[in-house]
Write a protein that binds this ligand. Structure first.
Ligand SMILES: [Fe+2]
Length: 308
């Protein structure tokens, strides 16, 4: 099926009411009528706040800081598309989805075009807002395109995810997060934030505001994993006292220029690599397998988390 046929058949499946609710009127009208601006995420948001009760299995791919439109973004997506949507149905976008800022007319060249192989295969996208996305009207066009609220939760198998907006972890958002985490019965709890609480990258380093605001909740509600971006590198971090048993992975190597590392580290740094990469994570109720994959398609770091 070519691109034009795909768009045509996809649009025929979308109800008129959905189109009316989410049409991207902010795009230049003449172009939006004829060009792939009309390409929307397949089945977008039907999965938000719903849980697949049939299986404990979950699988997803993740990357951060990808929205450059550069060749590395295309190459990485090509590698990601080798993974079957059957086993890795979800794609988590860890922010900075559009560089240099998420203007309406940059969504096509910096996201839709590079991500077409994954969009066409029917993966589901779960974005969070990065600082570059927030620059443009607080992520208005990103939120409209993906049809997402500022922050949200979703579940897959035995895992529940909280997609936060770390540009503004205000009291309202944190109250919602705490209440939602408190009542969760998920076996695995995973939080997604663009700004890394911990990082030994030489550009952004630790973010004390995020640590102070978020980590007590991660400890209190027994979170297992925190994924972030913002730092253009890969870093896997072990347990830090103020976050309980939560582990941290910084994955901001989605295509933007790479960052270096600080030599001195004040936390349990378990693996680092300044490279373009994506994450492949899968699990069931007993274990979660974390893999980091570079531009050569090689798994350069792997870890397993287990539960009794
Ligand atoms: Fe960022």
């Amino acid at each position: 099926m070519n691109r034009r046929d795909f768009i045509k058949s996809f649009l025929s499946l979308v109800t008129l009411s959905l189109i009316a609710k989410t049409s991207f009127s902010s795009f230049t009208p003449s172009k939006a009528e004829n060009q792939p601006f009309n390409l929307k995420i397949p089945d977008k948001n039907k999965w938000l706040n719903s849980r697949d009760q049939n299986s404990n299995y979950f699988g997803f791919l993740a990357l951060g800081d990808m929205g450059t439109g550069w060749p590395t973004e295309y190459e990485l997506v090509k590698l990601m598309a080798l993974n079957s949507p059957q086993y890795f149905p979800s794609i988590i976008l860890l922010g900075d989805i559009i560089y240099p800022s998420a203007k309406a007319n940059l969504i096509e060249p910096n996201f839709i075009k590079p991500f077409t192989p994954l969009i066409e295969k029917g993966h589901r996208f779960y974005p969070i807002l990065g600082n570059h996305d927030d620059h443009e009207l607080k992520g208005k066009y990103i939120k409209e395109y993906f049809d997402i609220p500022d922050y949200y939760t979703f579940s897959s198998g035995s895992a529940q995810f909280w997609a936060l907006n770390s540009n503004d972890l205000n009291a309202q958002q944190m109250n919602w997060f705490n209440l939602s985490a408190q009542k969760s019965k998920a076996k695995w709890k995973i939080v997604l934030v663009h700004h890394s609480p911990y990082c030994s990258g030489s550009v952004h380093k630790n973010n004390n505001h995020i640590i102070k605001t978020l980590c007590p909740s991660l400890k209190k509600y027994n979170f297992d994993l925190c994924l972030s971006g913002h730092n253009h590198l890969y870093e896997r971090i072990g347990i830090v006292p103020e976050a309980g048993n939560c582990r941290f992975i910084v994955s901001g190597g989605g295509s933007a220029w790479l960052h270096k590392f600080e030599e001195k580290v004040y936390f349990d740094r378990q693996a680092i690599n300044s490279c373009n990469h994506y994450l492949r994570i899968s699990g069931n109720q007993n274990q979660m397998i974390l893999e980091a994959i570079n531009l050569q398609g090689k798994v350069f770091d792997q870890a397993v988390l287990r539960k009794a």
